[in-house]
Design a protein. Sequence first.
Length: 520
Amino acid sequence: MTTSGSATASGVTIHLSRNRLLVIFFGILLGATLSGLDGAIVATAAPTILSELGSVSLLPWLTTSYLLAQVTTMAVYGKLGDIFGRRRVFIIAVVTFMIGSMLCGLAQSMPMLIATRVLQGIGAGGITALAMALIADVMPADKLGRYLGYTGVVFAVTAILGPWAGGFFTDNFSWRWAFFVNIPSGILCLITLMFVPKSTNRVAHRIDVRGALLIAGAAASLLLAIGGTGGHVRFLSVRTIGLACLSVVLVLLFVLHERRTPEPILALRVISGRVKALALSANLITGMAFGTAIVYPPLFFEAVRGINATQAGLLLAPFAVTSGLCTIIAGQITDRRGGHVVVPFVGLVISCVGMILLSSIHASTSAAFVVGSAMLVGMGIGFVMQTLLYVIQRFTEAPDIGMATSTIMLSRLLGNALGVAIVGTIFTNTLVSGVQKRLPDFPLDSIQGAPHKIAALSDGVREQIQEAFAHALSNGFTAMVPVMVIGAIVVGCIPAKRVRDRLRSTTAEIPLAEGTAHAL
């Protein structure tokens, strides 16, 4: 897999031995794996976390807080890496992630856990932003494609292992170990990073702190408007409307600021133009479907079907495998026959069908039906993501490829957070009202620990609670159906002829280190 050769670290050619390359590559991948796992690790651990910490209304924020922090810090880390050296900043990101993981494991309340998940996400943002750049810095140019290919496999595996790992630690040890395990792994990662050459050619950049704060505030305001901070969310309340308006104002201020600043966190030219704007919008919607399909089926498996957390994690594996395989298939189809608009359109239609099936679940629905429906969602996602990535790259000038690809990742992660928040809000509101309707005198707090306490209820009460859970999840999935329809319409509005002409006229290869690498 590895060979010795010349590598470039921040503009300086360095000769690295085969063993040193292997150690460096392992360390970078280990860090990337940890951040990838923790994006989904709470999916199967969440019900048990609720049983200990309570606050079922805050459930969506276990994932949303992590993704929001990750999204809003990625671009800042890229600039920090240029200024202070990517190796040093990557190490700081790993340490931040480890501290956040330790505090997550020690959390004694749901608000504390969510706050420490934010710290974890800040570290994950740096790991995600710098991992591929570090690999491109130190690996021999003639072997870079192979290394990046291996990296893509690792990221695909984390989507499968995240939910399973959360379930494994929850069932066999404690949900806290799903976070504590990051500490020894992080230490090993730090040791291997000592073999990465130090940067000697740093670039003077201005960090667009104001832009980062504006976009972070806009995203946080929107997610708070959608998801609230607990209990029922009244969508027409003064608080919700005020937060939504604040988000719009901050977005407008962000656009004005980015037009004037010499080194923007996001150059508006990267997202301007009909093709790129539509493709990014569809990518965000696809991210919403991904977040929904990875977070909420485990709740059905555990709370309604009585499946333990480990098995619930394994039941998500077909979704991840199908998504990964269809990504490869989509690439082969478009390489041989074109169809860079048709393929993602078909993908969104397939995902929409899967979401419709998920919206039909009820208390007696089998786990196999949910798995099959989620696989359809994953299949469609696989047809969409990399295809749209390729289209956006081809409509972007070479110097902006890195920023454009990072923007794609940002839109995807923001979509994940939005999907989780929207479905979570609908789920929470429906669950609370459903339990109150079915069992007016039932103490709602007693079902916050779904897997343990629901199973111990009497038959009649248990059936009512399971029906309430299934109905709440069904409503959440139903809300995603029109979103998927909009996604298909958005892709259908991309001018296919213009895309074909552009792809045929573009003969220069996209720099792999700054293009596909960042989106694997």
